[in-house]
Design a protein around this ligand. Structure first.
Ligand code: ZN
Length: 471
């Protein structure tokens, strides 16, 4: 990935500078050597940007943040659509892929999945990583070989990443032991997990990659383990993510065996704080909403996955009103499309509630961008001083986004323009992507991997390997 010189300037013809300012014209973004924004000025002529890069595309938005990803699930795109059933039948397919990957094949697959994310407008990803060990659960000579492969994949293609190293200890709420493909996920005990993760945290990758922690779910981690994960997150001041109440069955089992809802159990375990992000939060009891809101937890909605798996529609706007901070994630990668994921939050809720206009357009953009940055432990200010220079340049004169009128600017009223992008744009409208001041996508092509077709060709080979040669 090419790097513009340290302390560079970037210039955008028009950029979204937050809900109050809306779009501003002639925006000069100054960065420090680490790729963080030091100053943003508008009304600056392009000729004043001496030697800096011009961000292609008609308007710039803050980079979208994919707060929840399992990179290897990408291999199941299409495969899973031909199999009827439920979340649980889909999970069996996913375990088949999990059993085939090693550090080399996973590094390649993940790099291409992250490239797909960049090409769709995501500048950062939270990788919820639990595929830790070799076949049968045998540790690699470097017990963090798989996590290291994912960090390398992110650095290779230039996406910002928080690797959420995930504790996974049991097969169900009843404490059943791991079996089959799950053996690769487990560290034997919460202490075993904490020891391995501490080594990874001590490596302190730095730059645009960081390490956080996760508990897979209340199904996969007993209460003592949840407490250990929460303690580690607190002592290192890193994000803590957890799958929560994606399925009614999880709620029923948790209540029956442990006497708490999954949210209640997390609360009892000290795992609910502003550092916590609950992923899905689809099926909540009334008091669960209060607990998540009062603790100012993050909640990551994964609308395209939730509809793909038939999970249901979570009470996301209600959670936001209760005090939770929403973000989005493409999770199983049924599709990877930052704009689709963001608008799906509003559109799914319209279907469920028979109402529209549930989210203000600017707030929806905030969920897709700053909410995710907060969830992953990065500054959440968008295109402003103190935040990383993560920007996406979008073309607004395409067959999908053309429109206009009004007087705010050449492409129409600010809010309407933003709505056209969010509700009708696609990855084909993404022209440029800047991560930490570096241009990683330009003219719709990844600067080192080439056009989307070239990425697709390599991805096809990597997916073929993950699915197995016998297919
Ligand atoms: Zn997930």
């Amino acid at each position: 990935v090419s790097r513009s010189a340290a302390g560079d300037e970037l210039w955008a013809a028009r950029a979204w500078l937050g809900a109050e300012k809306g779009f501003s014209s002639g925006v000069l973004i100054s960065c420090d050597p680490s790729g963080d924004i030091t100053e943003v000025r508008s009304g600056v002529d392009r000729s004043e940007c001496a030697g800096g890069a011009v961000i292609g595309g008609d308007v710039c938005l803050p980079g979208f943040v994919n707060a929840h990803s399992h990179a290897f699930h990408r291999a199941l795109r299409g495969v899973s659509e031909t199999v009827a059933g439920s979340f649980w039948t889909w999970r069996d397919l996913m375990y088949n892929v999990a059993s085939r990957l090693d550090p080399d094949s996973y590094r390649e697959l993940a790099a291409l999945v992250y490239a797909e994310m960049l090409l769709s407008g995501y500048t950062a990803v939270g990788e919820f990583h639990y595929l830790h060990h070799g076949a049968g659960g045998t540790a690699y000579s470097d017990p963090n070989a798989m996590g290291a492969a994912l960090l390398e994949a992110a650095e290779t293609v230039g996406i910002r990443m928080t690797l959420l190293d995930t504790c996974y200890l049991q097969a169900g709420v009843n404490g059943a032991p791991l079996e089959g493909a799950q053996l690769r996920f487990g560290d034997g005990s919460a202490d075993g997990w904490a020891e391995r993760v501490s080594t990874l945290l001590a490596r302190a990758p730095g730059g645009a990659v960081r390490v956080g922690v996760a508990a897979h779910s209340v199904r996969a981690v007993p209460r003592s383990g949840l407490e250990a994960v929460a303690a580690l997150a607190d002592s290192h001041a890193v994000p803590l993510h957890v799958h929560l109440s994606e399925q009614r069955r999880e709620n029923e089992e948790c209540l029956e065996v442990l006497g708490f809802t999954p949210t209640g159990l997390l609360c009892e375990s000290g795992a609910l704080s502003a550092r916590t992000t609950a992923v899905h939060a689809t099926h909540l009891a009334g008091h669960d909403l209060t607990l998540l809101g009062e603790a100012a937890c993050g909640v990551c909605a994964c609308p395209t996955t939730e509809r793909d798996l038939g999970d249901g529609v979570g009470p996301f706007s209600e959670l936001a009103r209760a005090g939770a901070v929403l973000s989005i994630g493409s999770d199983s990668h049924a599709v990877i499309d930052a704009l689709e994921e963001t608008r799906a939050l509003e559109l799914n809720e319209r279907l469920a509630s028979e109402r529209r206009g549930i989210w203000k357009v600017a707030d929806l953009l905030g969920v897709g961008t700053s909410g995710g940055a907060r969830a992953l432990g990065w500054p959440e200010g968008g295109i402003s001083a103190g935040s990383p220079a993560d920007v996406v340049g979008v073309r607004v004169g395409s067959i999908r986004t053309a429109g206009g009128g009004g007087d705010d600017g050449p492409q129409g009223r600010d809010e309407e323009l933003l709505a056209r992008i969010l509700f009708a744009g696609s990855p084909a409208d993404v022209d440029s992507v800047v991560v930490g001041g570096r241009l990683v996508v330009s003219g719709g092509e990844h600067v080192s991997l080439g056009p989307p077709e070239a990425v697709a060709q390599r991805l096809e080979a990597a997916v073929g390997l993950a699915l197995g040669a016998s297919r």
